[in-house]
Design a protein around this ligand. Structure first.
Ligand code: UD1
Ligand code: CA
Length: 460
């Protein structure tokens, strides 16, 4: 069996956060979630996650992932309790069989890919190693453990942590990625021999390398092609660096699938978003969560779409859409705001400064400017004039408005809910409608105009 052990019990103190590091997000997906997917897709039969600091938050993320191959184990945390990556892996020993292949990973490197995990396992097997370390040559190795090689035959002899390294060791540019492949039996043997005799008084997983080497086992290293993959997130600065690289990966994949992104550097698209062919994304656009966008759409500039489903041939300009659904060939904006549970039909126009909330809008309906539509069911081919307000709230409760097909709502009407306007009715401009209106009726609900001749002149 292939078992992966992901270490996520640390506090992540350098993040200066109330949240544990593992639940911080990169392109909308938590770090731990990336790690779990990578391990499973990389061939793990089981993935064991070590949790500790703020474990409730990490457990919530693990639950969201919903993988039956994933299991969380607790590392005791507290004063006078041992600490360190080695101690963390010890917690998983019951899950590790002698014949298992074990991948251990730090839970803070979300850029590592499943291809790399497969590669290290393959290399490990081919070389018949007892442990294989994934390493990379990097120009700025600060903060990473350094790979120390034997001067005679250049095989790896140990990993030295930055804090324990002398100047010569610090100058080495080959670093430990924090990802290793072990034979189960040897990993367990080496863990038993770990001590915390180092500058941080921690049980370092990295010391297993020296131990296995000294015991005469074959230790190997497999170098990465793409150094970015090992970038660890320890601070918010590194979080932003990783975010940028992940964003490029996501945007590149979307562009390669046939979507135009005018300026990828100013386009934020979260992990898992789907966009159809020949859609064009203009700059400063944010597409988030479980959003799905169809084909031939024009999205942006300056738009934000969260957890929404957009049909084909839709235009969204300078608008915000949250948890809503938009049909085909519909135009949204500029400057529209669709709040949760808005279900907009086909060939609809939701124009400038129109807000819609918890409402259904039928096909071919228009609300071209300056309107609020809340808690409503609006039919097909309805015209909602400028300045129309669906008065849905009486200060205590929300009420429903129904506007049937082909209704014409004149400009500046108030529809005071609960109220129903039957099909083909016409509401005169400026009416405040408080009672239901029958089909085909004209409803005028405003004071009559009185013109007083010469009134101004006489007053002077
Ligand atoms: C570690 C490696 C270092 C490597 C680097 C790669 C050690 C001693 N050092 O250093 O050689 O270059 O990763 O990114 O292994 N954790 C636990 N329990 C603990 C301590 C840590 O689960 O008791 C977890 C943390 O949550 C974190 C991971 O282990 O996800 C790594 O810990 P971190 O403190 O980030 O190690 P580094 O100093 O980066
Ligand atoms: Ca780290």
């Amino acid at each position: 069996m292939i078992i992966s052990v992901i270490l996520a019990a640390g506090e992540g103190s350098r993040m200066k956060s109330k949240l544990p590091k593992a639940v911080h997000k990169v392109c909308g997906k938590s770090i731990i979630n990336y790690m779990m997917s990578t391990c499973i897709n990389g061939g793990s039969d089981k993935s064991v996650i070590i949790v500790g600091h703020n474990k409730e938050e990490v457990l919530k993320e693990i639950e969201k992932h919903g993988q039956n191959k994933v299991e969380a184990i607790e590392q005791p945390i507290g004063e006078n309790v041992p600490y360190g990556t080695g101690y963390a892996v010890m917690q998983a020993k019951e899950y590790i069989g002698d014949d298992d292949t074990v991948i251990t990973l730090c839970g803070d490197t979300p850029l590592v890919t499943d291809t790399t995990i497969k590669k290290i396992i393959e290399y490990h097997d081919r070389e018949k190693n007892e442990v294989t370390i994934l390493t990379a040559d990097i120009n700025n190795p600060k903060g990473y453990g350094r790979i120390i090689r034997d001067e005679l035959n250049s095989t790896v002899s140990e990993i030295v942590e930055e804090k324990d390294a002398d100047e010569m060791q610090k100058a080495k540019k080959e670093v430990n990625s924090g990802i290793y492949c072990f034979s189960g039996k040897r990993l367990k043997e080496a863990l038993k021999k770990l001590t915390n005799d180092n500058s941080q008084n921690e049980y370092y997983l990295t010391d297993t390398i020296k131990i296995l080497k000294q015991d005469g086992y074959k230790v190997g290293a497999c170098k990465l092609d793409d150094n970015n993959e090992i970038l660890g997130i320890n601070s918010r600065v590194q979080l932003a660096e990783v975010q940028q690289i992940m964003q490029k990966r996501i945007n590149d994949e979307i562009m390669l699938s046939g979507v135009t992104i005018i300026n990828p550097n100013s386009t934020y698209i979260e992990y898992g978003v789907e966009i159809g062919r020949d859609t064009i994304i203009y700059p400063n656009t944010y597409i988030e969560g479980s959003t799905i966008i169809g084909k031939d759409c024009v999205i942006g500039p300056n738009s934000r779409i969260i957890d929404s489903t957009i049909g084909n041939d839709v235009k969204v300009e300078q608008s915000t859409i949250v948890e809503s659904k938009i049909g085909d060939n519909t135009t949204i904006g500029p400057y529209a705001y669709l709040r949760p549970n808005s279900n907009i039909g086909n060939n609809v126009k939701i124009g400038d400064f129109v807000e819609v909330k918890n409402s259904t809008i039928g096909n071919n309906t228009k609300a071209s400017h300056l309107a609020y539509i809340g808690d409503a069911n609006v039919g097909d081919k309805v015209n909602i004039g400028c300045g129309v307000v669906f008065v849905n709230y009486d200060g205590v409760n929300k009420h429903q408005t129904t506007v049937e097909d082909n209704v014409f709502v004149g400009s500046n009407c108030n529809l005071v809910a609960p109220v129903t306007i039957k099909e083909n009715a016409l509401l005169a401009a400026g009416s405040t409608i408080t009672d239901d209106v029958q089909a085909n009726a004209l409803s005028i609900a405003r004071a009559r105009q009185i013109n007083k001749d010469n009134w101004v002149k006489n007053k002077k």
